[in-house]
Structures are given as structure tokens and as C-alpha cells.
Design a protein around this ligand. Structure first.
Ligand SMILES: CC(C)(COP(=O)(O)OP(=O)(O)OC[C@H]1O[C@@H](n2cnc3c(N)ncnc32)[C@H](O)[C@@H]1OP(=O)(O)O)[C@@H](O)C(=O)NCCC(=O)NCCS
Length: 177
């Protein structure tokens, strides 16, 4: 599968990131310890780290391993989050993050619906799934709102270094054709 470089929802543009997005990514979410608490990466210490990550995202677009989309509200011109697709044959894992001032507006629900609908329209894709820490209630709630079903708990599945050094339990959610 090869997604388009741009999607549009009612309130959002989702598009392939570019190097010029790095300052907005750093400022809006990548350095924020509250946002990154349940992520598998630690807050960026400086903007060079963010430039490095954007460079990696572009490389992954080329090799097809991950397609990341910058989230830009139509009433702004700046990146406020990211949603990503990680294909693995007939299934795709999704992940997302959003700047705190925009939490609770339904942005990620809107973005995830668009991405999931597109993915399930692809003949080769049968399953879209995501995982989140069992304490990440906002993320679990997004998955439920977009019609994903909780399939179980992956016990001691993920180390979240912002919480501690021990592996933690994750929920796994999926939606299938
Ligand atoms: C998870 C995250 C992406 C959600 O983005 P968002 O745009 O605020 O999500 P939405 O507004 O679409 O939906 C969030 C839902 O969770 C609910 N919610 C938020 N915090 C909650 C909590 N602590 N407990 C239960 N529900 C919660 C909201 O009320 C909303 O539900 P509602 O529309 O029924 O009221 C955002 O909080 C985030 O970036 N968190 C940090 C990064 C992260 O954890 N990413 C996911 C990794 S798996």
C-alpha cells in the first residue's frame, strides 16, 4: 500500500511532514513530558533531535516502513500533532500524538477515522490495530470512539521510559474488514 501524501477532514489537514515542520513539532508536543508520558520515546531535549526525527520520518516514507502525517488544523498553519501508519503485510498499526492545547476537541478521533477508513478501503489491508498503555485512558477512548474493539491485554509488553524501566501492560485494539 502507498497512501496519498495528503488527507483532508472537516477541520484538519493531514500531510507528509517536511524538515521545516521541526520547530513546530518541537514546540507543540515533542518536548512536553506530559504528552510523551506514555510514548515509547523520551521528550526531545533540543530541536536538533526533532530535525533528526523528521529526517527519519521522510526516510521511512521512502522505504515504506512508516507513513507519518503532520496534523494541521485548518484554522492555523502550524503542525500540532502527528498520526502514523506502520504497514506489516495485510495489517497496519496506527499511532498518534497531539499538542496539549488541542486535547479534547476530537481532533485525533477525526484524524484516526480518516486514516482507518482509507486503510480499510485498500484491498490488501484487512486489519488496523493500535496499542496503548493501560493507564492511557484518553488514547483507549479514542480507539473505542473510532470503532476499534479491545482484544485484550498484552502483559508486560512495552517499556515506557517516561514512566519507569519495567515493561508495562498495554491494551490492544483493532478494527477489521
Ligand atoms: C491520546 C490523544 C492523542 C487524544 O487526542 P484528542 O484529540 O484529545 O482525543 P479526542 O478529543 O479525539 O478524544 C479523547 C477522548 O478521551 C476522553 N478522555 C480524555 N482524557 C481522559 C481520561 N483521563 N479518562 C477517560 N477519558 C478521557 C475525552 O473526553 C474524549 O472523549 P469524548 O469525546 O467522549 O469526550 C492525546 O491525549 C495525546 O496526544 N496524548 C499524549 C500522546 C499519547 O498518549 N498518544 C497515544 C499513544 S498510544
Amino acid at each position: 500500500m502507498k497512501p496519498p501524501e495528503r488527507f483532508e477532514t472537516k477541520r484538519l489537514i493531514l500531510r507528509k511532514p517536511c524538515m521545516a515542520d521541526a520547530p513546530a513539532i518541537f514546540a507543540s508536543y515533542a518536548q512536553d513530558p506530559e504528552i510523551t508520558r506514555y510514548m515509547t520515546w523520551t521528550p526531545h531535549k533540543n530541536i536538533d533531535e526533532t530535525y533528526g526525527i523528521v529526517e527519519m520520518m521522510l526516510k521511512y516514507w521512502e522505504d515504506g516502513s512508516t507513513y507519518s502525517f503532520a496534523i494541521i488544523p485548518k484554522d492555523s498553519s502550524s503542525v500540532v500533532g502527528m498520526i502514523a501508519m506502520h504497514p506489516a503485510g495485510f495489517k497496519v498499526e496506527i499511532g498518534y500524538v497531539l499538542a496539549r492545547p488541542h486535547w479534547g476537541k476530537g481532533f485525533i478521533t477525526e484524524a484516526a477515522r480518516m486514516v482507518i477508513n482509507w486503510l480499510l478501503e485498500q484491498p490488501s489491508i484487512y486489519r488496523v490495530f493500535a496499542t496503548c498503555d493501560v493507564e492511557n485512558l484518553a488514547s483507549a477512548h479514542v480507539m473505542e470512539k473510532v470503532g476499534m474493539k479491545r482484544e485484550g491485554i498484552l502483559r508486560q509488553n512495552t517499556i515506557r521510559f517516561n514512566v519507569g524501566n519495567e515493561p508495562r501492560d498495554s491494551y490492544i485494539y483493532a478494527i477489521v474488514k
